[in-house]
Design a protein around this ligand. Structure first.
Ligand code: TXA
Ligand code: MG
Length: 302
């Protein structure tokens, strides 16, 4: 199912067999909770024990949209969906096809990103087919995702709000609406699989750098005989013949194309990708977070 952030692997959140199949297809540990997508902010009430005032404010400001709220769950959110946690993650997506599915179902759709565990999230129907192939019954093609990175997750279950994953909604926008600073806590004890160090990983090794250092890094790596590709904006002054997978300097533009460019680069069989970091503001936070995870040391292939 397309959403404005990334494509989701969708199951009726109240159909335990369907939810189990999502975990099986993704190859995701059963203790990692899923996001429940609902049609409207009003629909949130039946999935949680209480709707705190700050949740209402964020929902009114940003739903439908790339924001996920973590709240104390009601009995409607089963252990299968929440991984046995006492909280549930909820989101009202904006994509018209996702909204149509949710309105037709009248319930909640549990949907993690439609990629195999630990791989780059899909932002087109083609990406989903390439990753999941015959394992899924149907791919709804809603075109390329407008936002391009996963939703921003805000935990409101612990008193003071915290960001568990920077994403498609700027943290600054969340802070403006709440009227207070909201810390980013990506290494919490909560099981957020996107918070594992080596997530969103392409096959090539990834080296992070500031745009101004890219040309020198590339020269040095090529001198060692490495097949190098570069992820970053134009105008880096790269040596001739080095493939550039263009990711705009402007953070929202970078977010939109990031996963597609990572896939394109991957298809070219580079040894190393030199990835330029966007500014640490707005959606730049999400892009930097995903690039850092792509660059993190990987567990050995199974
Ligand atoms: O944009 C998105 O959020 C996409 C689209 C499909 O909506 N979905 C997505 O799902 O990114 P997934 O499963 O790849 O990431 C959801 C994250 C996971 O890291 C999960 O651990 C976290 O949300 N999560 C789910 N329930 C949670 C909870 N109760 N407490 C803390 N984190 C939770
Ligand atoms: Mg994911």
């Amino acid at each position: 199912m397309p959403t404005e952030t990334v494509y989701g692997l969708a199951a009726n959140a109240e159909d335990e067999l369907a939810v189990r199949r999502v975990f099986a297809i993704k190859g995701r540990p059963a203790t990692h909770p899923l996001i429940v997508h609902v049609a409207s902010a009003e629909a949130m009430a039946s999935w949680v024990r209480a709707v705190p005032e700050e949740a209402q404010r964020l929902a009114a400001a940003f739903w439908p949209g790339p924001l996920t709220l973590v709240l104390p769950r009601s009995a409607r959110a089963t252990d299968a969906v929440t991984g046995g946690q006492d909280t549930v993650a909820l989101r009202v997506p904006q994509h018209p096809l996702a909204r149509a599915v949710l309105e037709a179902l009248g319930g909640g759709v549990a949907a993690p990103s439609a990629n195999r565990f630990g791989r780059v999230s899909p932002t087109t129907a083609e990406h989903v087919r390439a990753d999941l192939g015959e394992d899924v019954d149907l791919v709804l093609d809603g075109g390329p995702c407008a936002v391009g990175v996963e939703s921003t997750i805000v935990d409101l279950s612990q008193g003071a709000p915290a960001v568990l994953r920077p994403g498609g909604l700027a943290v600054e926008a969340v802070e403006r609406v709440l009227g207070r600073a909201v810390p980013v806590r990506t290494s919490s004890t909560v099981r957020v699989s996107g918070s594992l160090a080596s997530h969103y990983a392409p096959r090539a090794g990834v080296i992070l750098c500031e745009p101004a250092q890219a040309a020198a890094r590339v020269e040095a790596l090529r001198a060692q005989g490495q097949r190098v590709g570069v992820l970053g904006p134009e105008g880096l002054g790269l040596p001739a013949g080095v493939p550039l997978y263009e990711v705009p300097e402007e953070p929202a533009g970078a977010a939109r194309v990031l996963y597609t460019r990572l896939r394109e680069a991957d298809a070219h069989g580079h040894d190393v990708l030199v990835a330029c970091l966007p500014r640490a503001e707005g959606l730049g936070l999400a892009v930097r977070d995903r690039l850092a995870r792509a660059a993190a040391p990987r567990p050995p292939e199974p």
